[in-house]
Design a protein around this ligand. Structure first.
Ligand code: AR6
Length: 171
């Protein structure tokens, strides 16, 4: 049974086996959570991302997939980078967003991780409405079979935290 917990705060300050990064296909960094993780985690993470690009993801990591690197100076063993879909009005891309959570947990299981901290993937720069992002996140984690013991959603602002709390109470 996987416990789902919620915290309001900065995911780069978390202590967990895995910190999930809301990355982009290039794996070479960006703004939002991605920028914060690379800033605080230091250059080791980017170096590994570059290696992954060279060895496995020459065309980039596809949307909905996930891949692990070490966590540099973060208080974690691994960072799992996943690429959320951009929100496109009128297009149902929710399966891709669900895939980010499922694939991240699959990679976490491969690593033997027990605690995984997720941000609200796609709910920032990629424009996903927070209520829908929260519903997909919570429903997908609940429906995924995993050995991970704790999935912790780390929400940056109070509004996102409240939306996730409401979703958790309903699901
Ligand atoms: N800790 C926790 N949550 C955060 C933090 C933080 N330090 N910083 C932002 N958030 P985003 P996306 C929240 O934009 O929408 C990057 O440039 C934020 O408020 O980080 O998947 C990548 O390289 C929002 O709720 O990720 C991609 O190009 C959530 O985290 C693109 O942005 C996700 O916001 C990915 O966009």
């Amino acid at each position: 049974m996987t416990a789902i917990t919620l915290i309001q705060g900065d995911i780069t300050q978390q202590s967990a086996d895995v910190i999930v990064n809301a990355a982009n296909s290039s794996l070479l960094g960006g703004g939002g959570v991605d920028g914060a993780i690379h800033r605080r985690g230091g250059p080791a993470i980017l170096a590994e991302c570059r290696d992954l690009r060279a060895s496995r993801y020459g065309r980039g990591l596809p949307t909905g997939q996930a891949v692990a690197t070490t966590a540099g100076e973060l208080d974690a063993r691994w960072v799992i980078h996943t690429v959320g879909p951009r929100f496109v009005p009128g297009e149902d891309r929710s399966r891709l967003l669900a895939s980010c959570y499922r694939e991240s947990l699959r990679v976490a299981d491969e690593l033997g991780a027990r605690t995984v901290a997720f941000p609200a993937v796609s709910a920032g720069i990629y424009g996903w409405p927070i209520a829908d992002a929260a519903r997909i996140a919570v429903e997908t984690v609940r429906a995924t079979e995993t050995d991970v013991e704790e999935v912790r959603f780390v929400l940056f602002d109070a509004q996102a935290y409240e939306v996730f709390a409401g979703q958790l109470a309903r699901t």
